[in-house]
Design a protein around this ligand. Structure first.
Ligand SMILES: Cc1cc2nc3c(=O)[nH]c(=O)nc-3n(C[C@H](O)[C@H](O)[C@H](O)COP(=O)(O)O)c2cc1C
Length: 348
């Protein structure tokens, strides 16, 4: 059964699949609600360019049926690279190879977004000064970062702006601001890593300022309707850190700035091992943030099988399902889920 027939069977059948029904992400129409979660490929060139590897890799998952491909963490500045072999969008030279990725994914019928990131105190050593809101180390490996001056903060915001212009030049359909996993934006948001006593630290309002300013800067470049998402860590897994309710509070002002969806992951702020890791452990965070904000969420993390994905959507914990590792192992994972569901719907 080809994909169109399988999806049509599902939509018309009793099961009325939400996972494989077309959906809107802001103004962007997706053919289904399966998102390829952003995953580093460690295949960038030394100067952070994408290569034909990336075009093949992402287009292959698009051919396998996902609705939205989210390109891996992409650095907005050399000193914000996470690894020596990740990719970036801080030079005009980065645009053409990423346009090839965009074109290859579009040719397979999927939409494509890019995840813009800056590692802050968790940046790759050797890429420049290690910058963070406060001079607090993540661990001994990374070492103690420099507390950013206001000029360095302004420069970082300008870096996001420049990366956004390049992302538009490359033709991306949407942008996800990486504010999760203990990277720079998250470092400002969490009281564990942000001990500043200026207007970027202290109260929740102040800890959310960098997030708001970066988001507003990106919005200013893309215009009012362009799909903008944020990935957050729904919990710091630390009694002194962020809870899903606190994250929702920090995100609330972004609604007025046109936040179209929140991609809800968890952890990464401190090296302490998170508790409670198990099947679908992040879904409750997506659910809490969705209810608090009334903004669509993407649930991610150990969501396996079409029935579970459908249940998460039906129970309104989330509006989209991101799949990570299964798509690395099986590029056709989305199509397989669709055929599995439609085969059963036909047999019923
Ligand atoms: C190899 C690998 C690379 C990843 N790179 C990123 C990344 O660049 N940005 C990000 O936000 N998450 C990244 N993640 C996390 C995934 O997006 C996803 O949230 C996680 O794998 C949980 O989903 P899963 O259980 O379906 O794999 C990565 C995960 C893996 C396994």
């Amino acid at each position: 059964m080809n994909r169109e027939v399988a999806a049509a069977t599902l939509i018309e059948s009793e099961s009325r699949s939400r996972l494989f029904s077309p959906a809107m992400l802001g103004r962007l129409r997706l053919r289904n609600r399966v998102v390829m979660s952003p995953m580093q490929q460690y295949q960038g060139t030394a100067d952070a360019s994408a290569t034909t590897y990336h075009a093949h890799h992402y287009a292959r998952r698009a051919r396998g049926g996902v609705g939205l491909v989210m390109v891996e963490s992409t650095a907005v500045a050399p000193e914000g690279r996470l690894f020596g072999d990740d990719i970036g969008l801080y030079s005009a030279a980065h645009v053409a190879p990423l346009r090839a990725v965009v074109d290859a994914v579009h040719a397979e019928g999927a939409a494509i977004a890019v995840q813009l990131s800056h590692g802050g105190r968790k940046s790759f050593r050797g890429a420049g000064a290690l910058l963070a809101p406060s001079a607090i180390a993540y661990d001994d490996t990374y070492g103690v970062p420099e507390a950013m001056t206001q000029a360095q903060i302004a420069k970082a915001i300008a870096d996001y702006e420049r990366a956004t212009r390049y992302a538009l030049d490359a033709g991306f359909d949407a942008i996800e601001l990486h504010a999760a996993h203990g990277f720079l934006v998250h470092q400002f948001m969490s009281q564990i890593s942000n001990h500043r006593d200026d207007e970027y630290g202290g109260s929740a309002h102040n800890r959310g300022r960098f997030l708001r300013e970066v988001f507003a800067a990106i919005r200013g470049v893309v215009g009012p309707d362009y799909p903008l998402l944020v990935r957050v860590s729904g919990s710091d897994f630390d009694p002194d850190g962020l809870t899903p309710e606190a994250v929702a509070e920090l995100l609330l002002p972004l609604r007025e700035l046109g936040l179209q969806a929140v991609d809800v992951s968890a952890g990464g702020l401190s090296p302490k091992v998170p508790y409670g890791i198990g099947v679908e452990y992040q879904v409750p965070f997506a659910s809490t943030i969705r209810r608090a904000l009334d903004v669509p969420t993407i649930a991610v993390g150990l969501i396996r099988g079409a029935d579970r994905a459908e249940a998460i959507l039906r129970e309104e914990h989330a509006d989209f399902i991101a799949i990570g590792r299964p798509l690395l192992e099986r590029p056709d994972y989305a199509d397989d889920l669709c055929r599995d569901l439609s085969g059963r719907a036909l047999a019923a």
